[in-house]
Design a protein around this ligand. Structure first.
Ligand code: AMP
Ligand code: MG
Length: 420
């Protein structure tokens, strides 16, 4: 039963990541659908959104106060004649056609600044006496006014294809009057977990059996990254059954497998895929957790159908390894398949609370707790039993990222962390 020797391709973490990014750049997005703006958050935009009018559509006051000619306030205090009031949404006929020298108009936040005025003085620096107002503070031209079209000109590109719609993007689309948006359909991602010891979560596990947690954590990560997970049955550690399910999985937009990629006698995923004519980009990466991670491409009909080949990842079975390798490698590919420009990894830098002693050679992503607000932020590793320890990882809120050349990192050093 032992697997024949395969050509192993073990890359540094950076090189492995680069290989995934290169492949992701070759992928094109799938079909498009129209969704209500209320359901569009997190989806990937498939059409450009243009400004249908200037933003703002008129010179907008950003304060409650008085619209003035700034040159009238060179001597202070000064008294101006109040010739009208403009509230937000005022009809055009309610807006005085011009503010002349010595005149002012009472104005509210969000109201259009009338012709003649070039600044707004805040109400806090004025006192109203009948139809006159005394002003005690000068203003520079343009103060407290956003000029018409300063945020975007009519016809300008507000949002481009490939944008993953965040909260501000939703607000921008709403400002452009888009109640529906064209978005890319979510890629369907097959999840195939392997292992004779794995039982599904509704079954009562025997004394040596382990409940399947990876399919569920992966499903959550896939949804979060914009994909639609499809859970396949658990595959046995046996060639034929495994091959049958891998063939099923390759019919989807992406296949994620967990387990069966280490050096054990029953780790058969690579053997099966290599018998199926798969192309391997790497069969390991120098990181912890997640060293045995595999990335490749395979088509159900064999190598002749390379054009239609599906990308696959063999993620190590240890639950924390599965989570980490999804984030680092599978996510950019899934984002590309969903029409998005894959996001770069974002590392924050935080002061280390307690020293770390570690061996060199691997890039590490260790579960850690980031705490403290404002200038008191600090990070500390959680105590864990290794890459199978989901309970410890559930107590973490980030991964401390340790480069492969570091051995002892003293308390107080600023280290990179990746939010979980
Ligand atoms: P493997 O990568 O197949 O050697 O598995 C490594 C470890 O992860 C073993 O202890 C497995 O029992 C465990 N494991 C594998 N798959 C899963 C899963 N789907 N859910 C929970 N634990 C798993
Ligand atoms: Mg296994």
């Amino acid at each position: 039963m032992s697997a024949p020797p395969l050509n192993s391709i073990v890359l540094s973490f950076e090189d492995a990541r680069r290989v995934v990014e290169e492949q992701a750049a070759l992928v094109s997005a799938g079909a498009v659908e129209s969704v209500d703006l209320l359901a569009a958050a997190g989806r990937v935009l498939a059409e450009p959104v243009l400004a249908d009018r200037d933003l703002p559509p008129f010179p907008r006051s950003t304060r409650d106060g008085y619209a003035v000619r700034s040159t009238d306030l060179s001597q202070l205090p000064t008294t101006l004649d109040v010739i009208g009031e403009i509230k937000a949404g005022a009809n055009l006929e309610q807006i005085p056609p011009n503010v002349g020298t010595g005149q002012t108009v009472s104005i509210m936040t969000g109201a259009p600044v009338p012709a003649g005025a070039d600044a707004v003085v805040m109400v806090e620096y004025t006192s109203l006496r009948g139809k006159q107002v005394e002003v005690t503070r000068s203003v520079v031209p343009g103060e407290n006014i956003v000029p018409r079209g300063a945020e975007a000109r009519e016809g300008a590109l507000l949002l481009d294809r490939g944008v993953g719609l965040n909260v501000a993007d939703i607000a921008l689309a709403a400002s452009a009057g888009k109640s529906r948006l064209q978005v890319y359909k979510r890629p369907r991602v097959a999840v195939l977990t392997t292992g004779d010891e794995i039982v599904d979560i509704d079954a009562k596990p025997g004394p040596t059996q382990i409940r399947n947690s990876n399919s569920y954590s992966l499903a959550a990560q896939i949804q979060h990254a914009g994909g639609e997970p499809v859970l396949l049955p658990v595959a046995p550690d046996e060639l034929q059954g495994l091959r049958h399910l891998i063939e099923e999985g390759l019919k989807f937009d992406l296949l994620l497998m967990t387990g069966g990629v280490s050096m054990g006698r029953y780790d058969l995923v690579e053997q099966v895929l290599s018998e199926m004519g798969a192309k391997f980009f790497f069969t390991g990466a120098k990181l912890q957790p997640g060293r045995p991670v595999v990335f490749g491409q395979c088509s159900v009909g064999g190598p002749a159908r390379e054009r239609l080949a599906t990308y696959f990842f063999g993620l190590p079975g240890n639950p924390v390894s599965t989570m980490v390798t999804f984030e680092l490698f599978a996510r950019p590919m899934l984002e590309a398949l969903s029409g998005k420009v894959p996001s770069k990894l974002i590392f924050l830098h935080v002061r280390l609370k307690k020293e770390i002693r570690i061996k060199t050679g691997l890039t590490r992503f260790l579960p850690a707790v980031l705490s403290g607000e404002f200038e008191h932020s600090e990070v500390e590793l959680v105590t864990w039993q290794g890459s199978g320890d989901v309970a410890a990882t559930a107590r973490a809120n980030c991964y401390a990222v340790i480069p492969p050349n570091r051995e002892n990192i003293p308390a107080g050093e600023w280290i990179p962390v990746m939010l979980l």
